[in-house]
Ligand binder design. Structure first.
Ligand SMILES: Nc1nc2c(ncn2[C@@H]2O[C@H](COP(=O)(O)OP(=O)(O)OP(=O)(O)O)[C@@H](O)[C@H]2O)c(=O)[nH]1
Ligand SMILES: [Mg+2]
Length: 283
């Protein structure tokens, strides 16, 4: 990652004594879970997402990815950690930077939520509860997608991604593309995944596959999703971004001799249960 702007404002490390904030941050019952919000030109929605996140975590990190619409300004009065990429580096680099910041502040887990308000921060407690039950797993907020609300091509692309990523990871995944997740923080130390600009929308797929190599699986929790923000177009470019995901998948599958056992497991009807990593085996 290239050099990026320094954090604006400082907050105590997680697990420190300050558990509430005079400017609106709230003491939380989920100490240790930092929230990372990637934001690229999200002026219209970032504030409501950040306020929602502050209600559930004492460490909210916003990473402004070279926005040109004054995105950072809308949260300048909130008790969030603001990181700014001087230029647009893509979602992967942005998430990675936020997660590294969370790690450096002692977070035990990292909740990611998109800045476009498609996810509802009020549903964080549901994800946090699943994390507490299964702290070694990735918790994914699986979007309840009413068919009528999603463009058909997008729905099919998601289904295809779920199939391919489930195959490579070796278990069935209900929603491999949701940006609303809780990760064990140490995954961002252990995982060998691309997080450069070209990996923009690939990281969230690749990290599921990489984590499976350590025996870290994803558990899905249903969440709502809205496509009702007409103020901006999606940053997801169907052709380029899907091609990049397919390329990553092909490389991962070839590296594992096509992983046919994984394909069979991923076709089982019941989603695999989270399993803890096997100590010392790396699998
Ligand atoms: N940092 C960074 N974040 C981005 C970039 N593109 C998108 N994001 C952020 O990533 C999140 C998801 O981006 P979206 O464009 O909403 O992609 P999506 O949710 O997969 O697509 P839609 O379902 O169409 O909204 C948002 O919080 C964006 O601000 C980018 O180039 N850099
Ligand atoms: Mg979105």
């Amino acid at each position: 990652m290239s050099a990026a702007g320094a954090p604006q404002g400082t907050r105590p490390p997680m697990g420190g004594t300050a558990r509430s904030d005079a400017r609106g941050g709230r003491a939380n019952s989920d100490a240790g879970i930092a929230v990372v919000i990637p934001a690229y030109n999200e002026r219209a929605t970032l504030r409501q997402v950040a306020l929602g996140a502050l209600a559930h975590s004492s460490l909210v990190i916003v990473v402004d990815d070279g926005s040109t619409d004054g995105t950072a300004d809308v949260v300048s009065d909130l008790p969030v950690v603001m990181l700014r990429n001087p230029k647009n580096e893509g979602k992967a680099a942005t998430l990675w930077r936020g997660a590294q910041e969370a790690l450096s502040r002692g977070a035990k887990a990292v909740c990611t939520i998109d800045g476009d308000a498609q996810h509802d921060p009020a549903e964080m407690p549901k994800l946090f509860a699943a994390h507490r039950e299964s702290p070694g797993s990735i918790v994914i907020g699986a979007r309840l997608l009413p068919l009528s609300a999603v463009p058909r091509a997008r729905y099919r692309a998601n289904q295809l991604a779920n199939f391919g990523i489930g195959w490579a990871a070796g278990y069935r995944i209900a929603d491999s593309q949701s940006g609303f997740r809780v990760y064990p923080a140490d995954l961002f130390e252990r995982a060998r995944v691309r997080h450069d600009r070209r990996a923009s929308f690939v990281l969230e797929s690749e990290i599921i596959i990489e984590a499976a190599r350590f025996g870290v699986h994803a558990v899905c929790v249903p969440v709502t999703v809205t496509y009702a923000n007409p103020s901006r177009k999606s940053h997801f470019r169907p052709v380029v971004d899907i091609a990049r995901i397919v390329r990553m998948l092909a490389a991962r599958l070839l590296a594992r001799g096509l992983n046919l056992p994984g394909l069979l497991r991923s076709l089982q009807v019941r989603p695999a249960k989270a399993i803890p990593p096997l100590p010392g085996t790396g699998r």
